[in-house]
Design a protein around this ligand. Structure first.
Ligand SMILES: Cc1cc2nc3c(=O)[nH]c(=O)nc-3n(C[C@H](O)[C@H](O)[C@H](O)COP(=O)(O)OP(=O)(O)OC[C@H]3O[C@@H](n4cnc5c(N)ncnc54)[C@H](O)[C@@H]3O)c2cc1C
Length: 294
C-alpha cells in the first residue's frame, strides 16, 4: 500500500521527531520554569495511596507531596510494581533495533516492510541520513548478529530492498526487547500511569508517543476539574479509557492480520491491501486512523 499526503489533501502525513533532542528541549524548558522542580535520578517510592500523595526518595530524606501523581517511569514501571497494579503480558517474540545511517537518496517518504524475519521501518532523519527500526523475530537475531563485529548488514539490506540500497555501516542507537506489558487498570485513586508505564505498544503502529501526547492533551484540557473527592475525575478517565481501548484494539487487530508468517496471515494481508486500494473512501478512513485524525 502506498499513501501520500495528497490522499488527505494535506501538506504532510506527519513528522519525524528526534526523541533525545526533543527531551533535552523539554528539560531545558522545565528548568527555566519557576513552577517546576526537577529532582533527577530519583529512586522514589510512594508511601501509600492516600490523598494527598507522598513521595519519598530512598537516597535522601526528601519528601514530595502533591494532590495527585502522573507516573511516566517507562516500561516495567517500578511504581506500578510498588502499587501492585495488575498487568497483562504481550510477548511479540521480537527485539527492536534502532539504527542511524548515512543515506542521501531517500525521498521524504517513510516505509514499513512486514517480512518473514521481522518488521522493518525506514524513516527519513535529515537530508543526509535515515533511521531504521528493525523489529526482528528472536529466532533470526543470531543471523543478523547486530551486536557482534560480524553484523550481517547485507541481510538487513535484503530486507530493506528495494527502498534502501548501499547503506553505510549503520550505527546501532539502542535495542528494545518487545516483551511488553499493559496495565489492566492504569489508574488508582489519585495516581495515573501514562505512556510506556501504562502500555508498551509495538513500534510498528508508531502510536506510543502520540497516544501519550494525546492523553496529556486531555488532562490539560480538563486541568481545572482533574480531581473529584480526592480522586481522578471519572470523566477524564473515561475519555482516556475509550481512546486507549480503541487504540489497543486497532494495534492488536493489525498485528494479528499482518505480523504472523502464516498462509492465512498472508492471504488476509493481501485481501486487506487490495480492498483498501479499491475504495478511496476506505483508503482515506484507514489513513486517517493511522495518522490519528478524527
Ligand atoms: C523502536 C521504537 C520506535 C518507536 N517509534 C514510535 C513512533 O514512530 N511514534 C510514536 O508515537 N511512538 C513510537 N515509539 C514509542 C515511544 O518511544 C514511546 O511511546 C515513548 O517513548 C513513551 O515515553 P515514556 O515517557 O512513557 O517512556 P520512556 O520513553 O521509556 O521514558 C521513561 C523515562 O523515565 C525514566 N525514569 C524511570 N524511573 C525513573 C525515576 N525513578 N526517576 C527519574 N526518571 C526515571 C527512564 O530513565 C526513562 O528515561 C517507538 C518505540 C520504540 C521502542
Amino acid at each position: 500500500m502506498r499513501f501520500c499526503s495528497d490522499d488527505l489533501h494535506a501538506e504532510e502525513l506527519g513528522s519525524v521527531v528526534d526523541k533525545s533532542s526533543f527531551l533535552s528541549y523539554l528539560i531545558d524548558q522545565c528548568k527555566k520554569s519557576k513552577n517546576i522542580n526537577i529532582v533527577d535520578e530519583a529512586d522514589a517510592y510512594i508511601d501509600n495511596v492516600t490523598s494527598p500523595i507522598k513521595l519519598s526518595q530512598s537516597q535522601s530524606k526528601l519528601t514530595i507531596t502533591g494532590d495527585y501523581l502522573i507516573v511516566t517511569d517507562g516500561a516495567n514501571s517500578q511504581f506500578a510494581k510498588n502499587l501492585n497494579m495488575e498487568r497483562h503480558s504481550f510477548d511479540y517474540d521480537q527485539t527492536s533495533y534502532m539504527f542511524n545511517t548515512n543515506y542521501q537518496h531517500l525521498s521524504k517518504g517513510a516505509f514499513q516492510i512486514f517480512s518473514r524475519k521481522g518488521i522493518f521501518a525506514i524513516l527519513p532523519f535529515n537530508d543526509n541520513s535515515v533511521s531504521i527500526v528493525a523489529s526482528i523475530y528472536n529466532e533470526f537475531i543470531d543471523d543478523f548478529a547486530f551486536e557482534s563485529e560480524n553484523a550481517n548488514f547485507d541481510m538487513l539490506e535484503m530486507e530493506l530492498a528495494p527502498y534502501l540500497r548501499g547503506i553505510d555501516k549503520p550505527k546501532l542507537i539502542y535495542k528494545y526487547p518487545l516483551n511488553t506489558s499493559r496495565l489492566v487498570a492504569w489508574s488508582k485513586q489519585n495516581v495515573i500511569f501514562l505512556g510506556n508505564s501504562s502500555q508498551l505498544i509495538h513500534p510498528f503502529g508508531a502510536q506510543g508517543f502520540n497516544f501519550a501526547a494525546d492523553c496529556i492533551q486531555v488532562i490539560s484540557d480538563k486541568s481545572e476539574d482533574l480531581l473529584l473527592d480526592g480522586e481522578f475525575n471519572p470523566e477524564i478517565l473515561n475519555i482516556i479509557n475509550k481512546k486507549r481501548n480503541a487504540l489497543l484494539k486497532r494495534i492488536d487487530f493489525t498485528s494479528s492480520a499482518l505480523m504472523r508468517n502464516s498462509f492465512s496471515a498472508n492471504v488476509c494481508s493481501s485481501v486487506f491491501s487490495r480492498t483498501i486500494n479499491l475504495s478511496s473512501t476506505l483508503r482515506r478512513s484507514f489513513l486517517k486512523k493511522i495518522v490519528g485524525m478524527n
